[in-house]
Ligand binder design. Sequence first.
Ligand SMILES: Cc1ncc(COP(=O)(O)O)c(C=O)c1O
Length: 429
Amino acid sequence: MHALAQELNRILEPTICYRALSDFGRRIYFPKGIVAQTAEANQNCTTFNATAGMAFKDGQPMALPSIAHYLNDLSGRESVAYAPTGGVAPLRSAWLQQIHGKNPGLGDTPVSMPVVTPGLTAGVAQAADLFVNAGDVIIMPDMFWGNYRLMFEERYGARIVTFRFFDDRFNLNLGALEQTLARHPGKAVILLNFPNNPTGYSPTLDEARALAELVTRYAEAGNQTVVVTDDAYFGLFYETGIYEESLFSVLAGAHENLLAVKVDGATKEDFVWGFRIGFVTFGARGVLPEQYAALEKKLAGSLRSVISSSTNLGQHILLKALQSPGYEAEKREFRAILEARYRKIKQILAERTTGTSLAELPFNSGYFMTFKCNSISAEQLRTLLLGQKVGTIAVGDDYLRLAYSAVDLEHLDEFMATIFEAADKLDMS
Ligand SMILES: Cc1ncc(COP(=O)(O)O)c(C=O)c1O
């Protein structure tokens, strides 16, 4: 094993961060190569700096005029230049501040600096790189974002073990999670995604508390526990009584055997789907600043080995937006647009007389809602709707997911009526 990896492992050894590492996670380190040497030179070398593989003229990165034309008031260093491997430092600090602002329950629990990844998909995959070996079990509810299967099973050779999302009374099925954990002693990687894709469900305050307690009990019993929270749809909460923070708030300082890995980002929260900006932040009780720094170095090494660095342009635009005086108000306005659609969907469902083979699962947040298709096939329904130029997603053959976030308020009546009519047609045939 490389000496730098051994050094990081030595720093991490007393903590869950080390105990949970995959084989790759143990091997990885941030090299003292081009990136580290360039960073060193950037501090000192005012005479000539011939380190990074970029082209400079008069001290500025060279940008073609036909590209610079679109960059407006961003400098070359903020746009065409490389970003640091772990992300633009002031953006990382600003995002950490955002995390604290949005998650007051986190209080002064020490956590790592957020590390930038090219989107949340890459954030979850980086967590898998560091903490999942081939053959490991990943525990998640049975309603999950389909890409997790491609990622964990096909890419990482891990095994997804699911528990039923809702119990018979349509509450979060914590009993099922507890039983699943009991069947997997030793080490568990748990993946939680709220507001959930595809259901649009977030836990109530009581459910969130109970969920955190039961995961903490599992860790207390001596099991090495990693909880990855995929907070892609964070902030879109439409009902009172919902837990409006990331579970990271309560898990980050819960127990010495529990490592919370927060994956979040600008993609959905800041309405920049194509920017490709995500963040990974670590939290575990008792972990010291130098140990967080060592884990951040491992993550940076992992990023360096596969994606090099994330978008510099996008990071600087996001940083400027976070610092802009209108930012919070603009986001509130956008959130209100989505909330109005949510309320309209609820009203349509409450008043409907057709489409009764479609039973909506509980939803209270996010972009989506999901119908359980009783007595009809979700895939047949999707195909029928496609013929009417209406796009929906079949999740297996039993569930139909609607991204009502993508349909204007004034079209929701027609949108839902078309779905109900198509369901009735299939139900009759
Ligand atoms: C739960 C969840 N996580 C992650 C993502 C992807 O995020 P990104 O586009 O930032 O990779 C999605 C997108 O659909 C999602 O639903």
